[in-house]
Structures are given as structure tokens and as C-alpha cells.
Ligand binder design. Structure first.
Ligand SMILES: [Zn+2]
Ligand SMILES: [Zn+2]
Length: 304
């Protein structure tokens, strides 16, 4: 027999999330590099005087409910986030707002998405029971930080359009129809696939990066988007001549294609998420032992 529930859930554990936004500018420019090297490494992010983003921050916090039925009083959460983060960064230049990003100092880091997410963690953690942070620099680029080590997750979103047909050639049309329904119709159908690729790595203490973002984007473009976009997957991508191109199988194949090349950039492929329609998606965790690392509370809020 379980004990009677405590009043108003008191003592029961729960995770809550709070979203906050701010706008800030930044520039990637290391004084120890020549102008040419800065431009070569950081591309348009090196342009003076900088450029800006509308950042979106999601803070996940955990704890036991109090007698009021809350993990934390939300007005205190709002105040802490405003006081420690958004009030200091909103409409500011990140390179100047926080000493973490003062590149004239040897310990200064470029204010990348992942470095900023880590800096926010370190400033919020003394005030809130933070379990995970997600910071969107743009809807197609975000970082997750789960502790105050230098480890971070970086995700990019891209898309491609492709046709497929779900059927096993060794089965009869009736059998395929019974398994795959409309997806087994003989001439195929198409989707606008949304692809999220998440890598995990250590933040470089100077560049603030877990890997070269432009190189990561290029790998996904070259190895997935270019060969898959505007194709009939069953006929145009050799792997799917013999493997049914379900969302699950496409996500697994993408993970297999990306895993080695991403490892060569110094980061690890953590997750591939392939959304086939507004109603279904497949997720592959490329590092099985890391399966538990993604806080579900962040996912619930952030997955569009
Ligand atoms: Zn930027
Ligand atoms: Zn389909």
C-alpha cells in the first residue's frame, strides 16, 4: 500500500521550465590572430562591428514541491533570470557585457551559443536549482548545457524534401497494405523532412566552440541534404534499395553517415531527430550510454 499523498503534493519531485528572451550582439574576433585568419576562421561572424540575435533561453529546474504545490515560486524564478541574465544582456554587446567574453584577457572566450549557455549556467546555478539550460541563437541553432563542466550539446536544424514508399518487396500488395497502409501505395508519396543533428563536445576555452559550426553544417549539407533532397529515397539512395525507408530507418542511416565524419571534427554525434510530418518524428541516440542525458523537460518545450 502506498502512503497517502502529502498535502498539495508536498515532497514530490517535479521539473519545471521557464522561458526568457533577450536580444544581444556579438563578434567573433581573436586579437592573437591576424585579420585574415579571423576572417578565414569565423567568416561573416568576424565582421565589424558585429551582428545580433534574438536569443531564447529555456531554464529547467527540479525539486520537491513545497506546501503551496510549487517547486519554486515563479515570480522568484522570473526575478532571478532577469536579474542575473536578461537584464544584464538585453540590448547589449556580449563581448563587452560580461568579462567571460573579454577577449583581451587570456581566459576570455568567444561568445558562441554554447559558451553563452555555459556562462548563463554558471551565473544562474547559485540562485536556482538548474537542471538543464537550452539557448536558441536562432530557430535552427541551439545549445544545451547540463552542468558546469565544459561539456555542451550543439544542435543544428535543416530540412530536405523527399519521396518514399513503405513496402517490403518479398510481401504481397495485400500484406504490405496491412502493415504500411497508405504508405504502401505503389507510386510513393513525399515529405518535407525536418532534420535536427545534435553533437556533444567540450567547449574550447578560447574559441568557445565544441566544434567548427561551419564545418558541421557543411557535413550535414554534403552527406545528407545534397544526396537526399528532391529524391525518391527507395530508388535514388542506394541504402534504401534494400531497407524500408521508414522515418526510423532514415534517421538511423543519417546517424551512420554522420557519426565518423563528426568524430573527425572533435565532437561526437549525440542525436539525430528526423521529423517526417507535424505528427511523427524519429530520434536516434548515437551514443547509447548517453541516452539519459537529454532532459525531457527541455525537449517538451523546445520541440516545434
Ligand atoms: Zn552570431
Ligand atoms: Zn511517408
Amino acid at each position: 500500500m502506498s502512503a497517502a499523498p502529502a498535502a498539495h503534493g508536498r515532497g514530490r519531485p517535479c521539473v519545471i521550465t521557464r522561458r526568457a528572451t533577450f536580444s544581444a550582439s556579438h563578434r567573433y574576433w581573436l586579437p592573437e590572430l591576424s585579420a585574415d585568419d579571423n576572417r578565414a576562421r569565423f567568416g561573416p561572424c568576424s565582421l565589424a562591428p558585429g551582428h545580433g540575435h534574438n536569443y531564447e533561453l529555456i531554464v529547467a529546474m527540479g525539486g520537491a514541491l513545497d506546501a503551496d504545490g510549487m517547486v519554486l515560486n515563479l515570480s522568484e524564478v522570473k526575478h532571478a533570470i532577469r536579474h542575473q541574465v536578461t537584464g544584464q544582456l538585453d540590448f547589449r554587446c556580449l563581448n563587452e557585457a560580461w568579462p567571460e567574453f573579454n577577449l583581451e584577457q587570456p581566459e576570455g572566450m568567444l561568445p558562441t551559443t554554447e559558451a553563452l549557455c555555459l556562462a548563463i549556467w554558471r551565473r544562474l546555478a547559485p540562485h536556482l536549482p538548474v537542471m538543464g539550460l537550452r539557448l536558441y541563437e536562432q530557430p535552427d541553432l541551439w545549445a544545451d548545457v547540463l552542468d558546469d563542466s565544459m561539456e555542451a550539446f550543439l544542435s543544428i536544424r535543416t530540412h530536405f524534401a523527399a519521396a518514399h514508399r513503405l513496402a517490403r518487396p518479398e510481401l504481397s500488395p495485400e500484406e504490405n497494405d496491412a502493415i504500411y497502409g497508405k504508405c504502401a501505395r505503389p507510386h510513393g508519396h513525399g515529405h518535407n523532412y525536418l532534420l535536427d543533428v545534435t553533437v556533444r563536445g567540450r567547449i574550447d576555452p578560447r574559441t568557445g566552440m565544441v566544434c567548427d559550426l561551419a564545418a558541421l553544417q557543411q557535413l550535414v549539407a554534403d552527406l545528407v541534404v545534397e544526396p537526399f533532397d528532391h529524391t525518391f529515397l527507395n530508388k535514388d539512395v542506394a541504402h534504401f534499395a534494400t531497407t524500408v525507408p521508414t522515418a526510423e530507418n532514415i534517421a538511423l542511416h543519417i546517424a551512420d553517415l554522420l557519426s565518423g565524419p563528426i568524430a573527425a571534427t572533435g565532437a561526437s554525434l549525440h542525436k539525430v531527430r528526423l521529423q517526417e510530418s507535424p505528427n511523427n518524428a524519429a530520434e536516434v541516440f548515437a551514443e547509447t550510454p548517453q541516452l539519459g542525458l537529454v532532459p525531457q523537460a527541455l525537449e517538451a518545450l523546445a520541440v516545434g
